[in-house]
Design a protein around this ligand. Structure first.
Ligand code: NAD
Length: 337
C-alpha cells in the first residue's frame, strides 16, 4: 500500500505516521506538509521507518496534481488543516483556503488519478455544542451540522464536499469525526500542552470563562488506530464518529495536570471567554464500535499521565518551539530517510 499522509508534521498526522510505521512496516509512506507555524520538522525527524517528505501546500492545485501524477497513491489520509479555533476567529480566510479548497484540490487529484480511497480527518466540532445540563445528549453521525467557529464551519464544508464527491463522482471517500485529542507532539497553543508547559515554567495558566466547558478527550494513539481501521474496513461513503467517552471540564483537566506535576492551583488564571465558545461536546461512537469493532484502549487518567511524562522527557522539543528554532530551515527533515 502506498499512502499519502497530509499534515504529517503536525500533532495527529505525525502520530499517525509513527503508528503506521509500527503496525504496517511494509507500507510506503509519503508525507506532504506546508510547514506552517504548526508543522514541526523536528517531530518527523523522530520517524523510525521509511518515509518520504515533500514540503507542499494542499491548496496548490498544480503541485498536488504533479505529485499525484508521479507517485500514484493507493490511498490518501488528509490531516492537513488550520486547526486552532482562536486563530480562526482572528484570521478566518486561511482556514477556508486550506481546509476547504485544499481538501477539494486533494479530492480532485484523487478523482483524476483513480486513487482507491480518500479519507478525510474531521472533527466533532462540526455538530456544534450541547447544553451543560443535559448529560444524556450526545452527537451521532446523523446529528445536524451546526457549526460555531470559522474553524468548524470550514471543516464542515470540507465534509460536505467530500460527501458530494462521493455522490456525484463516485470518489471512494470515508470521513471520521473525532473528539479532542491529546498526547505527544501537540503544539503548545492547545490546552493540555499549554498547561503542562506553563506549569513547568511557573507561568500562569489561562482558562476561558469559568472553565466549565466540557470536552470528550481521546488519547491520540486511539484515534490513529481508529483511522487505520476505517482505512481498511470502513464502508465507502460513510461517516464514523470517534470518541472515548472521557468527558472532562477544562478546569478539571488543568487541575489534574497541576496535581500530576505537584504544582499549585494558584497558577490558574480565568480569562475572558472565547466568543461563541462551545459549551459541551459529546460523541456517540457506537457505529465504529459495532460496525468495525474499534474501542479506545487508553483511560483518560493514564493517557494524561503518559502525556505529562512525555513533555517532561522531551523538554527540548517544546523549548525549540518556544524559542522559534524549530522553524530553522537548516534542520528541515535531516533525519527523514
Ligand atoms: P496541527 O495544527 O497540529 O497540524 C496541522 C498540520 O497541517 C501542520 O503540520 C501544518 O503545517 C499542516 N498544514 C496546515 N496548512 C496546510 C496546507 N495548506 N497544506 C499542507 N499542510 C498544511 O493539527 P492537528 O491537531 O494535528 O489536527 C490534524 C487534523 O485533525 C485536522 O484536520 C483537524 O481538524 C483534525 N482534528 C483535530 C483534533 C484535535 O483535537 N487536535 C480533533 C479532531 C479532529
Amino acid at each position: 500500500m502506498k499512502l499519502l499522509i497530509t499534515g504529517g508534521a503536525g500533532f495527529i498526522g505525525s502520530n499517525f505516521i509513527f503508528y503506521m510505521q509500527q503496525v504496517h512496516p511494509d507500507y510506503e509512506l509519503v508525507c506532504i506538509d506546508a510547514l506552517t507555524y504548526a508543522g514541526n520538522p523536528e517531530t518527523l525527524e523522530r520517524a523510525q521507518g521509511q518515509l518520504r517528505f515533500f514540503k507542499m501546500d494542499i491548496s496548490d492545485k498544480d503541485a498536488i496534481s504533479s505529485l499525484f501524477e508521479e507517485e500514484r497513491f493507493d490511498a490518501v489520509v488528509n490531516f492537513a488543516a488550520e486547526s486552532h479555533v482562536d486563530r480562526s476567529i482572528e484570521h478566518p480566510e486561511v482556514f477556508l483556503t486550506t481546509n476547504i479548497l485544499g481538501t477539494q484540490a486533494l479530492m480532485e487529484a484523487c478523482r483524476r488519478f483513480g486513487v482507491g480511497r480518500f479519507h478525510q480527518i474531521s472533527t466533532d466540532e462540526v455538530y456544534g455544542d450541547l447544553p451543560l445540563d443535559r448529560p444524556d445528549l450526545s452527537f451521532d453521525e446523523d446529528s445536524p451540522i451546526h457549526t460555531s467557529s470559522p474553524y468548524s464551519a470550514s471543516k464542515a464544508a470540507a465534509d460536505l464536499l467530500a460527501l458530494a464527491y462521493y455522490r456525484t463522482y463516485g470518489l471512494p471517500v470515508t470521513i471520521s469525526r473525532c473528539s479532542n485529542n491529546y498526547g505527544p507532539f501537540q503544539f503548545p497553543e492547545k490546552l493540555i500542552p499549554l498547561t503542562i508547559i506553563n506549569a513547568l515554567r511557573g507561568k500562569s495558566i489561562p482558562v476561558y470563562g469559568n472553565g466549565l466547558n466540557r470536552r470528550d478527550w481521546i488519547y491520540v494513539e486511539d484515534h490513529c488506530a481508529a483511522v487505520d481501521l476505517i482505512l481498511h474496513k470502513g464502508k465507502i461513503g460513510e461517516v464514523y464518529n470517534i470518541g472515548s467517552s472521557s468527558e472532562q471540564s477544562n478546569l478539571d483537566v488543568v487541575r489534574s495536570i497541576l496535581s500530576e506535576l505537584g504544582k499549585s492551583e494558584a497558577l490558574i488564571s480565568f480569562v475572558t471567554d472565547r466568543p461563541g465558545h462551545d459549551l459541551r461536546y459529546a460523541i456517540n461512537a457506537r457505529k465504529i464500535q459495532t460496525a468495525l469493532g474499534w474501542k479506545p484502549k487508553t483511560e483518560f487518567d493514564n493517557g494524561l499521565r503518559k502525556t505529562v511524562d512525555w513533555y517532561l522527557k522531551n523538554q527540548s522539543w517544546w523549548e525549540n518551539i518556544l524559542n522559534g528554532t524549530y522553524r530553522n530551515p537548516a534542520r528541515l527533515l535531516s533525519g527523514v530517510g
